[in-house]
Design a protein around this ligand. Structure first.
Ligand SMILES: [Fe+2]
Length: 286
């Protein structure tokens, strides 16, 4: 497992999902914020639903950011038969996932597969005094969906790691949750909306405040979603994803727990959580 020592501010995001326009928007935002590639981390699934898998990989590699392997990279890197999300056979998610996976499997090059296969499953981060762990699903299971309403799962996963902060991806909806003095940050994904009825993607920032506390936050990211939807439609494999880019609503809610399902179409708020420095030092040496 690679270990990185990073000084904040850090930019973190997940799920580019083969959406090249979202990646361009994210890189522009990083430039605007003055955050270099060396302090930028993606929690995986560079390739998924949208139309430009190979271009998206090339863009991320050119950018030079840190990337955790997602289940999509794991599966395509191994030339496996499906995306590895573990959807129920013939469910709506399963049928849709097959459509994009076949497209990606056709166009992703051998060199890109080798890059995906070599990505680390977790990255340990030292951010000032704080130990953090970047993962895709969880540290123990790459394709485990963890949503904000699953308090018990979050508590168990945080307790299972020595890190004070876990930065995760995979589930597609941003949130920040605390448990026993530790924090789970899912900065959200940039390549698809968060099922909140807006076309925006999401990213996160890890900053240090003037008094030395760590501040975690989630932020909206607008991109040319109409262009991304046009590109998807011209690829002729899944108009449902193009519609999701336009409406901000997912084509299937199969994976959502009841609370997140009930929140469909309700615009999300940007969040901020601070970790006091005493807490950080305590956690770092626990
Ligand atoms: Fe994933």
């Amino acid at each position: 497992m690679p270990t990185l020592e990073l000084e904040p501010p850090l930019l973190v995001f997940g799920g580019p999902y083969s959406n090249l326009r979202a990646l361009e928007a994210m890189r522009s935002e990083a430039r605007r914020l003055g955050i270099p590639a060396s302090r930028t981390l993606c929690t995986g699934d560079v390739v998924a639903y949208c139309a430009e898998p190979e271009e998206s990989i090339a863009f991320v590699r050119d950018w030079g950011i840190h990337v955790v392997q997602g289940n999509c990279e794991e599966q395509l890197g191994a030339s496996a038969g499906d995306c590895g999300c573990g959807f129920v056979e013939d469910s709506a998610c399963d049928r849709l996932a097959k459509s994009w996976y076949e497209h990606a499997d056709r166009v992703v090059s051998r060199a890109s597969r080798a890059w995906m296969a070599a990505l680390p499953k977790t990255i340990e981060l030292t951010i000032g005094d704080l130990r953090a762990l970047a993962v895709h699903g969880t540290a123990r299971q790459i394709n485990r969906f963890v949503f904000a309403s699953q308090r018990q799962v979050i508590a168990e996963e945080l307790a299972a790691t020595s890190a004070s902060l876990v930065i995760a991806g995979h589930c597609g909806i941003p949130f920040i949750a605390r448990s026993a003095g530790k924090v789970w940050l899912n900065p959200g994904v940039i390549g698809m909306p968060a099922n909140d009825g807006t076309p925006d993607g999401w990213y996160g920032l890890v900053m240090v405040t003037h008094d030395g506390a760590l501040r975690l936050s989630t932020h909206r990211l607008a991109h040319d979603h109409a262009g991304a939807a046009r590109s998807l439609r011209s690829a002729h494999y899944a108009d449902a994803y193009a519609e999701a880019l336009e409406t901000g609503l997912w084509p299937s809610l199969d994976v959502l727990p009841p609370a997140e399902r009930a929140a469909t179409g309700r615009p999300l708020q940007e969040l901020t959580v601070s970790l006091p420095i005493d807490n950080r030092q305590h956690e770092a040496h626990a």
